[in-house]
Design a binder for this molecule. Structure first.
Ligand SMILES: Cc1cc2nc3c(=O)[nH]c(=O)nc-3n(C[C@H](O)[C@H](O)[C@H](O)COP(=O)(O)OP(=O)(O)OC[C@H]3O[C@@H](n4cnc5c(N)ncnc54)[C@H](O)[C@@H]3O)c2cc1C
Length: 291
C-alpha cells in the first residue's frame, strides 16, 4: 500500500471488509503479517514474552498487550479477561517494570461498565504488587465510559493508569478528573479519526494541545508519562520538567530509546501480541505516512 495517504489509510482501518479479505486469503494474510511484524511481537503469548525479556536486558520497561477490541459478547470478553489473568500470572516471574496494557472494549466495556470493571478487578487481583494496568484510550464514543471505569477502578484501589488523547477537546477536563483521583496519565496525541466537533485536527493544533495538557497535568500535581515519538515535543517537555517517563510503541523510532535510557530516563515500550493485529497495524501504517 505504498501510495496511499495517511487519511486514506485511516479510512481503511474501519473497513471490516478489507480485514476479512486479508484474513481469508492465507498468502495475503502472511504477507500482511510480515509487514505488521515491525509493530507487533507476534501472534502468540510466547512471542510477547520473548521480546519483553529482550527489551528488559536493554534497561527498558515494558507493557504487554494482548490484542483485542470491540468485543460485545460477554463470553468472549470473559475469555479475553481469563487470558489477561493468565498473562498477569506469567509475568510474576519477570521484574516489576513489566506491566499490562488493556483496551477496555476487549474485556467487556461494550457489555456494560459494571461487567468490565469486574473483569478488570479479576485481572488486577492476579497481578503481583508494584505493577500497573495501563488502560488504552479508544474512539471518542467510548471515552466517557472508559474514564468512568478507570475512576471506579482507582476508587477500588486497583493500580490503573489512564491514557489521555491530546486531540480530544474534552481532555483538559478529563485530565483533571484523573489527577484529582490520583490516577497517573499517559499522554498521547490520539490515534483515531474523530469528528471536528469532538477533536482537534491532526498536526499543529493537536501538538499545541499536547504541550498545554502536559503542563496542566504537572501543575495540578499529576503523574505523567510522555507517550509520543515526536522528538520536538518530547525534548521541549523534558527540558521543562526534567525527569519524566517516556513511552514508545514497538517499531516506531525505537532508536530513540537507548539515548533516553543513557540520560537516566525510564523508557517504557508498548509490546502487543495476538492474532487481532489488523486494525492496530493499519493505524500504525497510516501514522507512518505524512499528512
Ligand atoms: C506508548 C503509547 C501508547 C499509546 N496508546 C494510545 C492509546 O491508548 N490511544 C490512542 O488513541 N493512541 C495511543 N497511542 C498512539 C498515539 O495516539 C499516536 O497515534 C501515535 O503515537 C503517533 O503519534 P506521535 O505522538 O508519535 O506523533 P506523530 O507526529 O504521529 O509522529 C512523530 C514522528 O514519529 C514517526 N512515526 C510516528 N508513527 C509512526 C509509525 N507508525 N511508523 C513509523 N514512524 C512513525 C514519524 O517520523 C513521525 O513524524 C499510543 C502511543 C504510544 C507511544
Amino acid at each position: 500500500v505504498p501510495r496511499l495517504t495517511r487519511n486514506a489509510l485511516f479510512g481503511l482501518v474501519t473497513s471490516r471488509a478489507l480485514e476479512r479479505a486479508v484474513r481469508a486469503v492465507p498468502p495475503v494474510r502472511r504477507l500482511t503479517l510480515r509487514a505488521a511484524r515491525r509493530y507487533i511481537a507476534g501472534e502468540r503469548v510466547d512471542d510477547g514474552l520473548r521480546l519483553t525479556k529482550l527489551l528488559l536486558t536493554r534497561g527498558l520497561a515494558v507493557s504487554v498487550d494482548f490484542f483485542g477490541e470491540l468485543v460485545d459478547d460477554p463470553e468472549a470478553a470473559r475469555r479475553a479477561s481469563d487470558d489477561y489473568v493468565a498473562l498477569a500470572q506469567v509475568i510474576r516471574e519477570l521484574p516489576s517494570e513489566v506491566w499490562l496494557a488493556i483496551d477496555l472494549s476487549h474485556i467487556g466495556l461494550d457489555v456494560s461498565a459494571d461487567f468490565c470493571l469486574e473483569q478488570l478487578r479479576r485481572i488486577a487481583a492476579a497481578l503481583s504488587p508494584g505493577r500497573r494496568i495501563q488502560i488504552g484510550a479508544e474512539d471518542s464514543s467510548r471515552t466517557e465510559r472508559t474514564l468512568e471505569v478507570v475512576l471506579a477502578a482507582a476508587e477500588l484501589g486497583l493500580p490503573v493508569m489512564a491514557t489521555v488523547q491530546a486531540n480530544l477537546r474534552r481532555s483538559s477536563v478529563d485530565a483533571m478528573r484523573l489527577v484529582d483521583a490520583g490516577v497517573p496519565i499517559r499522554l498521547v496525541k490520539g490515534a483515531y479519526v474523530e469528528p471536528a466537533d469532538v477533536a482537534l485536527p491532526w498536526g499543529e493544533p493537536t501538538d499545541v494541545a499536547y504541550v498545554r495538557l502536559a503542563h496542566q497535568i504537572r501543575e495540578a500535581g499529576g503523574r505523567l508519562a510522555l507517550a509520543t515519538h515526536d522528538r520536538v515535543l518530547r525534548e521541549s517537555l523534558l527540558s521543562a520538567f526534567g525527569r519524566i517517563d517516556c513511552e514508545l510503541l514497538l517499531g516506531v523510532r525505537n532508536e530513540d530509546a537507548d539515548d533516553l535510557v543513557r540520560r537516566g530516563l525510564r523508557v517504557r515500550f508498548y509490546v502487543p501480541y495476538g492474532d487481532a493485529w489488523f486494525r492496530y497495524f493499519m493505524r500504525r501504517l497510516a501514522e507512518s505516512r505524512g499528512a
